[in-house]
Design a protein around this ligand. Structure first.
Ligand SMILES: [Zn+2]
Length: 464
């Protein structure tokens, strides 16, 4: 199939005969301006009505039929003058949309005609089934809503089959092509439903019935399909021939406000989101409502199996240390937990911020630099050597703070105590996850994940 475009001259009624047309094929001798064969040299006629060149493009599609003949169809014509400004350069979206829609109509009609012809043959005896009736069905595609012929065939009389079949209903039961379905669902996960409908209406040829409700229903339908797939995997686990050597699972939680109930109460529920990566940067995301979904844990484990988790797979779980988060992965096989560096780093930065509120003295900047250096030392030792070395650095930090606090008046001690309580909180957080605070520097050198910062983007993607 090929598309051909031809210029067709359009002589205005008041146009004068051009004296010279250099480099262009002239039609001065023809009786009617429209009597131009498409096989002739492309031509353009000068028009004096607008003071510039006015060109009429006729777009036509050609395709080869089964018998070797060539069929053609007109897709439309576009009038395009010589440009006087940047806004006039090129085809406009409004001009292109109807042409694309007509092209889609031609392509889909030809495809479905051949598909239905092939489906008409009995798979057992290859006899041609009788036509029962013809129906016209609307089909939404990415390039517009089109109407297609949907024949129904009787069962095979030779084989005694009495089932009436509708090939089109079998091929496209939702009357929407998967590409349009995918695009709508993808945009609906990132934009408000009304915006999605508006955007698609603006960019695509008329698909019909696009509004915020249809986008909402479509997104919910996609969610139900994903849910069904996961439930099938939970009930009937599939054995994967190839399992992954190593998987990294980053998990984080987020709270989402629910709609007000009938009693006017507003509650919130916790969503666990995560990303399973077989290779860095490529993975599958998941989101579950832990307290409302009884199968939440099994679903996460089903996602892991789908990503290639087997009995010998080495799994690294990154989380903020909460037992419930780690537990959803399941502690079987080779599984180790690493405390998320993102959460540790955030606690260290809070301490750094509190240092700014220490009592102002003449040598405040020098003292602040000294405290910051001690805090950097805590961070560095934790990153490179683990919790025992970091504990030593924390003691040094505390000693310096105490020394500075010694000379301060009593009412300023609260600010030093605030920093100390932050340090206490950090220390107890680290020691409560003692077995998971290790190997950050080495993991980083091996380009392994050390934080769930990439999961934060998943939280935004899934919830916001
Ligand atoms: Zn048959």
């Amino acid at each position: 199939m090929c598309i051909v475009g031809r210029w067709k001259r359009n002589r205005p009624a008041t146009a004068r005969k051009p004296e010279t047309v250099v480099g262009l094929h002239s039609f001065r001798d023809r009786k009617e301006p429209g009597d131009v064969s498409l096989d002739e040299i492309p031509a353009v006629m000068l028009s004096w009505q607008t003071g510039g060149i006015r060109m009429l493009y006729r777009v036509k599609v050609e395709w080869n039929e089964e018998d070797g003949g060539i069929a053609t169809a007109d897709l439309g014509q576009i009038e395009c003058g010589s440009c006087q400004s940047a806004a006039e350069v090129g085809l406009k979206l409004a001009d292109a949309k109807p042409i694309l829609a007509k092209l889609q109509q031609v392509v889909v009609t030809q495809q479905l005609r051949r598909y239905c012809e092939a489906a008409r043959l009995c798979p057992a005896c290859k006899a041609r089934k009788n036509l029962k009736d013809h129906r016209i069905r609307r089909l939404d595609t990415i390039l517009g809503r089109i109407e297609v012929d949907a024949p129904r065939f009787d069962g095979c009389s030779h084989c005694g089959d009495k089932r009436v079949i509708s090939p089109l209903s079998r091929l496209l039961p939702k009357r929407t092509t998967p590409e349009l379905h995918h695009l709508q669902a993808k945009l609906a996960t990132e934009l408000p439903y009304g915006r999605v409908a508006g955007l698609l209406r603006e960019l695509l040829p008329e698909t019909g019935g696009l509004n915020s409700m249809t986008c909402l229903n479509l997104t919910l339908a996609v969610g139900q399909e994903i849910e069904k797939e996961l439930c099938d995997e939970v009930e009937h686990p599939k054995v994967r021939p190839e399992t992954a050597e190593h998987l990294t699972v980053g998990i984080d939680g987020a709270f989402v406000k629910a709609k007000r109930s009938a009693g006017g109460q507003r509650r919130q529920f916790e969503i666990l989101t995560g990303r399973v990566e077989r290779q860095r940067g490529r993975g599958e995301v998941f989101g579950i409502v832990r307290d409302l979904d009884r199968k939440a844990k099994q679903k996460v484990q089903a996602v892991l199996r789908r990503c290639g988790r087997g009995p010998k797979t080495d799994v690294t779980v990154l989380s903020d240390g909460e037992d419930g988060l780690r537990g959803v992965v399941g502690w079987f096989g080779k599984c180790q937990h690493r405390l998320d560096w993102f959460h540790i780093s955030r606690r260290l930065e809070r301490i750094r911020k509190d240092l700014l509120y220490l009592p102002a003295t003449d040598d405040f900047n020098r003292r602040l630099a000294s405290h910051s250096k001690n805090l950097d030392s805590v961070k560095w030792t934790l990153w490179n050597h683990g919790i025992e070395w970091a504990d030593g650095s924390m003691k040094m930090f505390r000693a310096c703070l105490a020394l500075r606090a010694w000379d301060e008046p009593k009412e300023s001690l609260k600010r030093f105590q605030a920093v100390e309580s932050r340090l206490d909180e950090l220390r107890s957080y680290l020691y409560s996850n003692q077995n998971s605070v290790r190997g950050y520097a080495e993991a980083f050198r091996w380009q392994e994940r050390v934080s769930t910062a990439h999961v934060e983007s998943t939280v935004n993607q899934l919830i916001n």
